[in-house]
Ligand binder design. Sequence first.
Ligand SMILES: NC(=O)c1ccc[n+]([C@@H]2O[C@H](COP(=O)([O-])OP(=O)(O)OC[C@H]3O[C@@H](n4cnc5c(N)ncnc54)[C@H](O)[C@@H]3O)[C@@H](O)[C@H]2O)c1
Length: 446
Amino acid sequence: MGSSELINRRHEIESQPESDNEYYPKPSKSFIAVSRPLRYLLREERLVFVVVGMVIATVFFFLIPPSTQNLEKDFGATPTLHPMVRQVHRDREAVFGGGMFVGKVPLGLKRKPMRIVVTGGAGFVGSHLVDRLMARGDSVIVVDNFFTGRKENLMHHFGNPNFELIRHDVVEPLLLEVDQIYHLACPASPVHYKFNPVKTIKTNVVGTLNMLGLAKRVGARFLLTSTSEVYGDPLQHPQVETYWGNVNPIGVRSCYDEGKRTAETLAMDYHRGANVEVRIARIFNTYGPRMCIDDGRVVSNFVAQALRNEPMTVYGDGKQTRSFQFVSDLVEGLMRLMEGEHVGPFNLGNPGEFTMLELAKVVQETIDPNAKISFKANTEDDPHKRKPDITKAKELLGWEPTVSLTKGLPLMVTDFRTRIFGDHDAPSTNTKTKTKAKTNNVVRSN
Ligand SMILES: NC(=O)c1ccc[n+]([C@@H]2O[C@H](COP(=O)([O-])OP(=O)(O)OC[C@H]3O[C@@H](n4cnc5c(N)ncnc54)[C@H](O)[C@@H]3O)[C@@H](O)[C@H]2O)c1
């Protein structure tokens, strides 16, 4: 029995003749301090247990790869997951770096956390940006009126003390103490920005004025997400930042195109006149998970239509070209621009050029080889060619896209399939969709 052994030992110690001590010099305190733990270790094979424990701990930390630990944590993956789901997770990890929503901060490179506002942070691009900023350890305040944004895009941050979400329209002034402002609030797809054109131009002009006013007041750095639409239907190809564009000031797209051009003007005037640190990004077509499903943008249209077994709508002859950038590439570019020393404007886009028919083919290869194509009349002011020249971003920001369409599209397809059919176990691509769509398709018919 343990207790009786203890009693016995105490008895042995206590029963040692006091006179023993008289025959030996009194051991020094340091000798006692060292010898006691040693004697404890050597007694009853305790040393063996300590060594075995150390070996087990070493094996655990060195043999289990950290990426696997992250994957399990981020996605709740268990060994029972379907192998294809695990493959998609591995692809996501490769593209987004350690999981779609979690980045890695290298050890030893700790920086002071910042307070950052992301307007439009509940939207497609904004929510991915928020994920990266949160993963970096910053405090993020999202300001959004939920016109096209969704709480679902941010729900994984609810409860995190570094995260706040404010329902607010940027057309109204707002006062917050922050270090940086990423100003994204603005509907980005034609379906949405044409829905209420006056509101769109107000968001671009009054909303940007309000956010620039805030930046000036609190001394924050301000980044504007402008657009390739400022080049209009370009007469130069590819488009360089020094090109002033060919924009129709009175067309149905002007609320967006001219709104963004004015927003750029305002940013530069606040920079020159009020010393506000501004950054301007001209974003080209971007795609990825969390895009609005029925927003009339070509990639989301094609993917949603092919998944629902509907013909993919090509406007005009399908020979107009676009470049498609995966959202993680864009977010990387925006953050580099914000942290760097250059005002811009910078083109942020993927220079790889596709015709609409070529894009339809990639979607067919990814989702359904038998997906059909239907042709409709082109919309007014639809630019014929769009391709960014990204030399400036490459040289000054050290940035260029890394995710190809064939790598990024399956990730978007998985997300769309889940949202359209509510099928969480449907990661596969290139399989014919059998389930009937739950939501109705809204395709422009101009
Ligand atoms: N996605 C692209 O391909 C693309 C291309 C060029 C430029 N951009 C720009 O990037 C930004 C983000 O685009 P996105 O694709 O994520 O669009 P999105 O529609 O998904 O996101 C826009 C967000 O802004 C919010 N918003 C709109 N009006 C607002 C207002 N008045 N007040 C507060 N919030 C408001 C919406 O609710 C939404 O959450 C936009 O400024 C857009 O012009 C995007």
